[in-house]
Ligand binder design. Structure first.
Ligand code: ZN
Length: 698
């Protein structure tokens, strides 16, 4: 290619993979404007071709949209990716300047009336419909369903009400979240006596001293982490370690009470908002023909309400005794160590930490030397080779990247054929990279004309970079996280679906999407796998047995109590969105108390207003969906147990089971209903047995 053929704007060159080394903030606006222009034009063309809805075919609807989507993949996706891994003021500004148009166009593409009508015709015409394969039918059905759920098919008057509700709900959830934020911000615990902060870690004291200094006016002398003053808040990084380590019950009580009554009184009271939100959600569901909001929520998910409720009941019954005995352990320890008062809610986290220290003193620093990144990667790739017959090969330098630490790998199948690739951005770069870890799509597997585009994944972690002669040494949690994200990556990369809307993680129901990722985490507790990885980076010594045993025991520490706590949240969420009647006798707070009684070994505090701070379901996307945390654990534990059943030490059995996992869960993507996919793999519907066993509760 001659130089003059290289367009100046790499975002418009639509190269795959993208030219990450040449994309600059100033490319964003012109490229996205052009993209929007093209997309609008393309969309109009598609819609014009569907003036008569019966003219709709697969190729002039979904496939035509996918062609437009391909341009987004090349122009817009790199921008959102760089926002996460190479952020800057300039990039943020450029992103911001086009965001509203991007969102509006996305909405217009999803809610196109002519396309919707054409798809309905395709679905209703038996001869056309039956000529499509299962994935195609799923893609069309889901698009129709999503449009219906967005109110597209409602008569005008109802549509108007529907939109009013949507608007009001989004205002209410913003208010809800602001109230929690303000209530959190308005509260503080100021301590000046060093005796009050005894037992707190130096990190927490530093945070609290910093918080004091940030709040103090100019006349106040700045405090010092060692001598105070210290300011504690209801923010999780301050409140949680405080409850775990503050040795003075009176102070713990103060903070605890403030925490569980956040946003429950005065101007910031969320109680009336809760009722209105629940009422409006019910009305919205009814407009769309659902009996309850929960029914509407699960219509787009893998589980149904009955399955969720039966999971809750089974798990609750199995965890109850363990929860009681966890509490008794804490009571005994507290009494042994001289606490005269009966165990209160603000004592639980404190004594749980003391008991943890007594039972298994396991620190990150003890484990790190055994987990240099290179070894962990080798171990992970060896495992996925054994399980799925794939070969991962370093291909650094083959493609441009956004940072010199970023690695590139090719993935091949058993026949040596390349089937996918991925970037790995392993280290933390606080100056321009978002925290946490994630898997993202760079390119999805799809057929473009007659060519097959192979999937490429982004795996992003925030591990400790190498320092001097020291390699990158990972905490055990970081190892688990890498396995987790690689699980998502495997579903993205090992898909065999050729339609972008259903390939990889696309179109996979929301409560099923964590199956491959959490499944992979299980291998971190498989002795042979972990011991094969964990070797001291200097001495080459294997991880001492005792440490491995401790890791496994730490995994199930207080499992009954933790389970009950999650069930409390999940059951309350489901109850409020399925049975609860806002005009009935029981108030939401009474419902909260009643359900807490059935899931807590310690009687709930009558003043507890936890619901007023439950942002997951009132201000986040988890309404009638909180169960999905447990559901995903159940699926992944049950999937892993297929390997246990086959014999974890039987290489051939593991390989066979692994191939079956690859050919079902990893291959099917969104092209098949996840319950069918699960049955394909497991031969039956999911069961709670393995989850309970892995948690030491069976
Ligand atoms: Zn995940």
């Amino acid at each position: 290619m001659s130089n003059s053929a290289i367009p100046a704007n790499p975002l418009l060159a639509r190269e795959s993979p993208p030219a990450f080394d040449r994309i600059l903030p100033e490319h964003v606006q012109p490229a996205v404007e052009e993209l929007i222009r093209e997309t609008n034009e393309g969309l109009e063309k598609i819609e014009a071709g569907l003036a008569d809805p019966s003219a709709g075919t697969w190729s002039n609807t979904i496939e035509a949209l996918a062609v437009l989507g391909r341009s987004w993949e090349c122009t817009w996706s790199p921008v959102t990716h760089l926002m996460g891994v190479k952020n800057s003021d300039e990039l943020r500004e450029a992103h911001e300047s086009v965001l509203a148009d991007v969102v509006a166009l996305g909405l217009r593409m999803r809610q196109s009336q002519p396309i919707h009508e054409a798809l309905v015709q395709i679905r209703d015409d038996e001869s056309v419909w039956s000529a499509l394969d299962e994935s195609q039918q799923r893609i069309i059905s889901k698009r129709i369903r999503d449009a219906m759920l967005a109110g597209i098919a409602l008569p005008e008057a109802e549509q108007k009400r529907f939109n009013q509700i949507a608007e009001r709900l989004s205002k209410l959830s913003a208010d809800f979240s602001n109230h929690v934020l303000d209530a959190t911000r308005d509260w503080e615990l100021l301590l000046e006596d060093p005796a009050d902060v005894e037992g707190l870690s130096s990190t927490l004291k530093q945070l609290a001293s910093q918080s004091f200094n940030d709040q103090a006016d100019d006349d106040t002398a700045p405090g010092d982490p060692g001598t105070g003053p210290w300011r504690f808040t209801l923010d999780a990084p301050s409140a949680m370690p405080f409850l775990q380590h503050c040795t003075i019950p009176r102070l713990r009580e103060k903070l605890y009470r403030a925490f569980v009554t956040r946003a429950s009184g005065g101007k910031l009271d969320n109680t009336p908002l809760i009722d209105e939100i629940l009422e409006l959600r019910r009305e919205r569901a009814a407009l769309l023909g659902f009996d309850t909001f929960a029914e509407m929520s699960v219509a787009t998910k893998m589980a149904d309400v009955t399955a969720v409720e039966s999971m809750f009941d089974l798990l609750r019954d199995a965890s109850w005794d363990a929860g009681q005995s966890d509490l008794n352990d804490l009571k005994t320890l507290a009494a042994d160590r001289g606490q005269a008062a009966p165990m209160a809610h603000w004592d639980v986290a404190f004594w749980a930490e003391r008991l943890r220290e007594e039972r298994f003193d396991l620190t990150d620093e003890q484990l790190r030397p055994y987990f240099p990144l290179e070894r962990v990667l080798d171990g992970l790739f060896a495992l996925t080779g054994r399980l799925f017959g794939i070969a991962v090969e370093a291909a650094d330098g083959e493609v441009p990247t956004w940072h010199e630490d970023v690695r590139y790998f090719r993935v091949g199948d058993e026949a040596g054929q390349q089937i996918a690739a991925f970037y790995l951005d392993p280290y933390s770069r606080p100056e321009n990279k978002r925290g946490g870890a994630w898997m993202d799509e760079c390119l999805v597997r799809r057929r473009v004309n007659d060519d097959l585009q192979l999937p490429v994944a982004h795996l992003v972690c925030n591990g400790t970079p190498p320092v001097g002669d020291l390699p990158s040494l990972m905490t055990f949690r970081e190892v688990e996280t890498l396995f987790h994200e690689f699980g998502h990556g495997l579903q993205h990369m090992l898909t065999t679906v050729d339609y972008a809307d259903a390939s990889g993680i696309n179109g996979v129901e929301w409560d099923a999407v964590e199956l491959p990722s959490q499944f992979m985490e299980n291998w971190c507790y498989h002795r042979t796998t972990l011991m094969g990885i964990a070797r001291h980076f200097e001495t080459g010594e294997p991880l001492p047995d005792e440490l491995f045993e401790n890791l496994c025991r730490a995994r199930t520490y207080r499992a009954g109590s933790l389970m009950l706590r999650q069930l409390n949240f999940g059951m309350l969420d489901m109850y409020l969105h399925h049975q609860y009647d806002p005009s009935g006798e029981e108030t939401v707070l009474e419902a909260q108390q009643r359900i807490a009684l059935s899931t807590s070994a310690l009687e709930p505090l009558p003043e507890d207003r936890f619901l007023c701070g439950f942002q997951h379901i009132f201000a986040g996307g988890y309404a009638a969906g909180y169960y999905s945390y447990k559901w995903a654990e159940l699926l992944s534990a049950d999937a892993f147990s297929a390997f246990e059943d086959a014999g974890l030490e039987d290489e051939q059995a593991v390989a066979l089971t692994g191939r079956r996992f690859r050919d079902t869960v990893l291959a099917s993507g969104g092209g098949r209903h996840p319950m069918d996919v699960f049955r394909d793999f497991r031969g039956r519907e999911p069961s709670t047995d393995a989850l309970l066993r892995h948690n030491g509760l069976a």
